[in-house]
Design a protein around this ligand. Structure first.
Ligand code: NDP
Length: 241
């Protein structure tokens, strides 16, 4: 049976690129969206054209009970996933003195609580498959080194890195690897309003990355060949950190 991989936040941006890349790699794909159902359905059509199975789940990753119910129903119907990519995330940037409680809470809840809400219902079923498995989380260069205007986002992404490393320890002997990919500046909606000319001065490669370049790192970590790589953070950032 073909192995399936869930990618959260795969209606657009990096998640979409990961989904398309993993479909080309030969996996069946479980897409996920929150607000952009039509966009996710289009991605699903592209994947079906690649002759892979594909379905779309829709939920807000901050809604803990809804996430668990939806995921448990999906794996009951279709079997548990080989891999999970925790990619859904948001940024709400502001200088710290001006950062509202709402901006702090929403970024922590979506990025960091999202890790718990998605993985908590899935880990035992993955273990019970008694087969190799893969978890890849998407953090950020901001979580590795901190970034001004992103105290909330840096905290959430650093939290994801810590959580990823700890979960890797718990699952290593079960043949489930848990790794993190930490992108730098990648051309997606998330950075559409960023002052790119200024930012590029700090990137040794002097360009933004493409979503497909992040997807390539995820593809590598998903492969059978990567079975002995776990608890690692792989940066995809043009030399930024
Ligand atoms: P986009 O804004 O392009 O896409 C975000 C995705 O996350 C969408 O699919 C969106 O779903 C989903 N999402 C957002 N909030 C929620 C929520 N509450 N519940 C469920 N899904 C949600 O972002 P990117 O592709 O740029 O980012 C993807 C990941 O990569 C994020 O974790 C981000 O932090 C990280 N990253 C991005 C970088 C960049 O430069 N772009 C750099 C470093 C890390 P929908 O569209 O359906 O609402």
């Amino acid at each position: 049976m073909t192995q399936s991989i869930l990618i959260t936040g795969s209606s657009r941006g990096i998640g979409k690129a990961i989904a398309l890349r993993l479909a080309r790699d030969g996996y069946d794909i479980v897409l996920h969206c929150n607000s952009q159902r039509a966009a996710a359905d289009e991605v699903a059509n592209e994947i079906i054209k690649l002759k892979r199975q594909c379905r779309v789940l829709q939920f807000d990753v901050t809604q803990r009970e809804l996430v668990a119910t939806t995921l448990l129903k999906d794996i009951e119907q279709h079997g548990c996933y080989y891999g999970v990519v925790c990619n859904a995330g948001i940024a709400r940037d502001n200088a710290f003195p001006l950062m509202s409680g709402e901006d702090w809470d929403s970024v922590l809840k979506t990025n960091l609580d999202g890790f718990y809400n998605v993985l908590s219902p899935l880990v035992m079923p993955m273990v019970q498959r008694r087969l190799p498995g893969r978890v890849v989380t998407i953090a950020s260069v901001s979580g590795v080194m901190g970034n001004r205007g992103q105290v909330n986002y840096s905290a959430a992404k650093a939290g994801i890195i810590g959580a990823t490393k700890a979960l890797a320890l718990e699952l290593a002997k079960r043949k489930i690897t848990v790794n993190c990919v930490a992108p730098g500046i990648i051309e997606t909606d998330m950075v559409a309003d960023a002052p790119m000319e200024e930012i590029l001065k700090f990137i040794p490669a002097r360009r933004a990355g493409k979503p497909e370049e992040v997807a390539a790192a995820v593809s590598f970590l998903m492969a059978e060949d990567a079975a002995y790589i776990t608890r690692q953070v792989i940066s995809v950032n043009g030399g930024l950190a």
